[in-house]
Write a protein that binds this ligand. Structure first.
Ligand code: PMP
Length: 443
């Protein structure tokens, strides 16, 4: 039990202190190294000596260039050169780096308006609104759309930004088992039949919240079934496409495109510009009335700093390439290359006998190492082979499902993927990662 010191109550609770003291001390190799390069197909890591259980560090002066399987650079647009970087640099000259205000306070340029128009055109919606941060897009806009008396039915693997937004909103949240349509329907049926607890009054509205690709599982949402349930129970859908926009679908337009569905079937399309577009920020897209409502009511729009002009330009240039508006077929090549690389890497890992989670078309590939203690060992060994992956463990995953997550990019060459696969073959052999079971498909 925590003691009061000098009359002060403890600043952190026992649970947080446990993590700080015991867990992270043992897993200091889990905290990924700082980098000093573009997060492209390769990335340069800085070596460091750590103190305070890994929380503070000093650089040793040594740098290691690694194959980058850790960044969400799906289409390879994170690059210090090429049209995106050139256009962004030009915009620094005319608009500077920051506009020093919110969208309403001199924070809107024609570029911001072009980005929103282009995003809506790309996704096939009536309108779109862009925000300075992907995380805040969820955390600050869900509360604008929900209030006490609303019911949210949320996938158990939804991202922390969604969970925070739902908490702030004051709505009632019921969680359904990951991608389990029977569980989703059970909750919806009960909600419609029984209404709100105690009063039995109907819920003000019901919102189903799902993601396109789940970032820790690599699984993809069963969108056609979710849409069928939405129609059956007259609910709304909020779809987070942070990892799927740009990365999924024949035209890179996300999971709606992947399933060949009508974007109008999803009431609120959310996504980020931080992954496939190599920039920063997030968006919400949908009907004109929804977006106008957000322009008037969103805290992220009215009170938070606007997007930096060069980041806006980076998105415009990369999105136009994906849409083929640059007059070349480079965009469709990148989308197809990501899909080829993904399928190849997943197939070879399966043949190797390691266990991966997720859908065969998902470029997010978690490789199971199970034991918590193995996460740091595998991360360290990978670094010795000059490969950067991301170790993920509890509380982001169940305690006995530690994993190394790889993100595939269109920027990776076959030689680079083969290099990683050869290293993984040796590592999985020596560290006992071959569980000789067929890979489990979370879908
Ligand atoms: N939603 C999901 C599903 C995410 O995985 C993330 C972050 N990876 C976010 C939202 C937050 O986006 P950002 O990193 O662009 O702030």
């Amino acid at each position: 039990k925590e003691k009061h010191r000098d009359g002060y109550p403890p600043l952190y609770d026992a649970f947080e202190r446990f993590y700080l003291r015991y867990v992270y001390r043992r897993l200091k190799d889990l905290t990924n190294r700082p980098i000093c390069s573009v997060p492209g197909a390769n990335v340069t890591l800085l070596d460091r000596v750590t103190h305070d259980h890994g929380w503070t560090f000093e650089f040793t002066g040594t740098k290691t260039e690694c194959l980058n399987l850790g960044s969400y650079n799906y289409l390879g647009f994170a690059s210090g050169e090429g049209p995106c970087a050139e256009d962004a640099a030009r915009i620094i000259g005319s608009n500077g780096l920051a506009l020093c205000g919110s969208r309403r306070e001199y924070g809107t340029t024609p570029l911001h308006m072009e980005l929103e128009r282009l995003t809506a055109e790309f996704l096939g919606t009536e309108d779109a609104i862009a925000f300075g941060m992907g995380f805040a897009t969820n955390a600050l806009n869900l509360p604008s759309l929900l209030s006490p008396g609303c019911l949210v039915v949320s996938d158990e693997k939804n991202h922390a930004s969604i969970i925070l937004g739902l908490k702030i909103s004051g709505a009632t949240t019921k969680v359904f088992k990951h991608n389990d349509m029977h569980d989703l329907e059970r909750i919806l049926r009960n909600a419609v039949v029984s209404g709100q607890p105690k009063t039995g009054a109907p819920w003000k509205k019901i919102l189903i919240v799902v993601e396109g690709i789940y970032s820790m599982e690599g699984s993809i949402v069963r969108l056609p079934e979710v849409v069928a349930l939405k129609k059956k129970y007259k609910t709304y859908i909020y779809l987070d496409e942070a990892h799927s926009v740009g990365a999924m679908g024949p035209n890179g337009r996300g999971i709606v495109d992947y399933f060949g569905m009508n974007p109008k079937d999803v009431d609120i399309l959310m996504g980020t510009f931080t992954k496939s577009f190599g920039s920063s920020g997030g968006y919400l897209a949908g009907s004109k009335s929804l977006i106008n409502f957000l322009r008037a009511n969103s805290h992220a729009h009215c009170y938070a700093s606007t997007m930096s002009p060069p980041t806006v330009q980076q998105i415009i240039t990369s999105m136009k390439i994906v849409m083929g508006l640059d007059g070349t077929n480079e965009g469709s090549w990148r989308v197809a290359q990501l899909s080829r690389n993904t399928k190849y890497f997943r197939r070879r890992l399966a043949q190797m006998g390691v266990i991966t989670y997720g859908h065969e078309d998902s470029p997010v590939i978690p490789m199971l190492v199970y034991l918590f203690s193995k996460i740091a060992t595998v991360s360290r060994t990978l670094k010795d082979y000059r490969i950067a992956g991301v170790g993920v463990g509890f509380p982001a995953t169940p305690i006995l499902q530690g994993r190394i997550r790889f993100c595939i990019s269109a920027a990776h060459t076959k030689e680079q993927l083969d290099f990683a696969l050869k290293a993984l073959e040796e590592i999985s052999e020596s560290l006992g990662l071959k569980y000789s079971r067929r890979p489990r498909d979370m879908n």
